[in-house]
Ligand binder design. Structure first.
Ligand SMILES: [Zn+2]
Length: 62
């Protein structure tokens, strides 16, 4: 999948604080979801690098 990663930002989620970034389609620039860049808590580090895709948008595209 071709994605572009936007600016990093800190976000407070239910599971703690994370550095995240929105991700965009490299073809049409539409926002597709976001990615965990860094977890502040060790127990959440397994999420680093994982994308959260917004399925409704994916279905529209494919
Ligand atoms: Zn696209």
């Amino acid at each position: 999948m071709n994605i572009v990663i936007g600016p990093k930002e800190e976000r407070k989620l239910i599971s703690g604080y994370f550095t995240v970034a929105n991700i965009f389609c490299s073809k049409c620039n539409e926002e597709m979801g976001w990615i965990y860049i860094r977890a502040f808590e060790a127990t959440q580090r397994y999420k680093e690098g994982k994308c959260i895709l917004e399925k409704a948008k994916l279905m529209k595209e494919y």
